[in-house]
Design a protein around this ligand. Structure first.
Ligand SMILES: NC(=O)c1ccc[n+]([C@@H]2O[C@H](COP(=O)([O-])OP(=O)(O)OC[C@H]3O[C@@H](n4cnc5c(N)ncnc54)[C@H](OP(=O)(O)O)[C@@H]3O)[C@@H](O)[C@H]2O)c1
Length: 282
């Protein structure tokens, strides 16, 4: 039976330590969130981020714009926050409404305040092996694996999914940690034969219980990024009950990757405040 990689417990511990570090630093980190439109899930995620800020003594403000805001207006809001010396980190809650050019908004965020790590400059740094701000979900996964002492060097890692927010950056992080990495996607042939060979499987597909026990090798570590709402329940991308019988370790949903994402956002914001206190980024 697999060890449960308890992201909730690890994130709680890390948030406590972070609060102490912030209190001792003499700094007053501040995060700004930008919420466009009235999608209830996005509003909930933003609220959770502000609650976490409060807990670790990071100041926070939220700017809400209407669903019909133009790209120019969202970009203008981001630029104002870039120029505000009181703001250390900026998070634009994604996805943006269909009428807003997401790429233009992401590129408008100053790379020095890009605590979500989605600016091409920060993604480029990550892929060149010299990360500055790393997207929070993949960075949180790496922290969780490290907290459980899971060795990655030389091991075979298979990432299912190639999105910019999860699949690609977690593949880069695993590669930076000396794993041998394969990225799978919807065009991958015979997916199960690839995943079965893996020592570590990261599932970021967005399909409930998509990864089944037959797709997992005995003793693998399985990380489930999926958050799928099905009839009011939150389900992962992994069929937890069957896979935990084969795996050596597995993240639950909820309580696995999700809490690590928020803890990492807080850590990135404090890192931004510390860097900015030392002067402008090179
Ligand atoms: N816990 C958290 O903090 C957190 C954070 C972010 C996301 N999530 C969750 O993680 C999941 C993935 O998110 P995402 O943003 O990466 O999703 P996404 O942008 O929709 O990407 C899904 C990926 O899965 C691949 N895929 C789809 N069907 C497949 C199949 N049959 N076989 C193999 N690959 C397949 C897609 O391939 P193609 O590229 O070929 O289309 C795509 O690369 C979602 O449930 C999301 O809600 C959770």
């Amino acid at each position: 039976m697999a060890v449960i990689l308890d992201g909730k417990a690890v994130s709680e511990r890390r948030l406590e330590l972070l609060r102490e570090a912030i209190d001792e630093s003499g700094l007053s980190p501040r995060l700004a969130t930008v919420l466009v439109g009235d999608d209830p899930a996005s509003a909930l995620y933003v609220r959770m981020k502000h609650q976490a800020c409060e807990r670790v003594h990071i100041g926070s403000i939220n700017v809400t714009l209407p669903a019909d805001a133009t790209t120019a207006r969202v970009v203008e809001t981001v630029r104002r926050l870039n120029a505000d010396p009181e703001i250390n980190g900026i998070l634009v809650q994604l996805p943006l409404p269909a009428g807003v050019d997401e790429e233009a908004v992401i590129e408008a965020v100053s790379p020095a305040k890009d605590v979500d790590g989605f600016h091409p400059c920060n993604l480029g740094r990550l892929f060149s092996g010299r990360p500055r701000y790393t997207p929070c979900t993949p960075a949180g996964i790496m922290t969780l694996l490290a907290e459980y002492g899971i060795d990655l060097a030389g091991r075979r890692a298979v990432v299912v999914g190639r999105s910019i927010d999860v699949g690609r950056p977690i593949a880069a992080l695993l590669l930076n940690a000396d794993a041998t990495v394969t990225i799978c996607h919807s065009r991958t042939k015979d997916l199960a034969s690839v995943t079965r060979e893996a020592d570590i499987v990261v599932a970021a597909v967005g399909k409930p219980r998509f990864i089944t026990a037959e797709m997992i090798g005995e003793g693998a570590v399985v990380v489930d990024v999926g958050t799928n709402r099905v009839e009011g329940r939150l389900l992962g991308d992994v069929d937890f009950d069957s896979v935990r019988e084969r795996a050596a370790a597995i993240t639950p949903v909820p309580g696995g990757v999700g809490p690590m994402t928020i803890a990492t956002l807080m850590e990135n914001t404090f890192a931004a405040a510390r860097r900015q206190a030392c002067g402008p980024a090179p």
